[in-house]
Design a protein around this ligand. Sequence first.
Ligand SMILES: [Zn+2]
Length: 366
Amino acid sequence: MKFKYSLSAILSMFIVSSCAGAVGVINPTPVVAEAAGQTQVPIEAMEVTPSPVPFQFNLPTPGAEPVSGWRPPLYPIPWAVSSHDHFYFARPISADNVNWPLAEYRYGGVFFAPNIVHTGVDIDAPEGTPILAAGPGTVVSSDWGLYTEAPGNQNDPYGMAVVVRHDFGYRDQALFTIYAHMSKLLAVVGSHVDTGDVLGLVGATGATTGPHLHFEVRVGKNTFYNTSNPELWMTPPQGWGILVGRMTDEKGDLLNQLLVKVQLINSKSPLRTVKTYGMGAVNSDPYYHENLVLSDLPAGIYKVSLSYKPEDSDTAAENETWVEIFPGQVSYITFQGGIGFNVIRPPAPTLELVPRGLPLTPTSLP
Ligand SMILES: [Zn+2]
């Protein structure tokens, strides 16, 4: 294969793309914080002490807002609210308690050297966690040597990795998903897998310092240069949505590694930050031409802000806008130097949402 970078650059790319596990440690927080000063009344006590006022309701005092890595169940796949979206895949790690994906290790991130970008997302999980097929397809590779194209090469930066070619494509192009750094390969080349089938176990093989899954989506060809942002391909949790953006300078050129802050208004939920893609082997979606994706946002109204130094100024200015995140949908924003933000509401859901094969009305009762 052709190498676009020097060997040291490639090595650093993978040291980076397979992020340090120590950095990715999740610090779980209580699902529901205790309501300050509120005394719990046992149910038995309430039952034996009838209220003298028949219709007096004692509403509980609201507690602190839940803060947790927990998320609702995912929408069924494939999920495509508009013809531009393609949430065809489930999550390759069970979504019950994973604070996913790591904000620091998104697609397009630059972690080590300039122009060396991350071509997938890293999902932190303990060694031995089952890695699940993101969609139905055929296992086309299950070995060491994915990057170096040398089967059995235990120096390959991807470590033990599995490649699934999916049963469906996208706009006449094949779709592949990649699962890297496994501790154990369970997938067999040539076998067919369904969504959720175990392909292997989370590990730290290859260029990585801690156990995690490096997950890629490749469109068209199974190569390092054909990746697409997995956050645009994996179905969101129910009731949650995705922010997609294109941030450019006055000339319309993409702004790289621009820090963007996203905060749910009237909320104590933590500020989310995301950087625009770095330069290098990252690809934007053919419709959105994005350089920023932040998924897993509970529906609501968010303040989006960034600091930008206009060409004709010596100082950076704060820019902000508000964007509504809709359940199961993409909200698309643009920013251009000299112009500012523009918010475009995504198309409303249509009957396309009805899963194929299901009747619109019940045909019989059980
Ligand atoms: Zn990675």
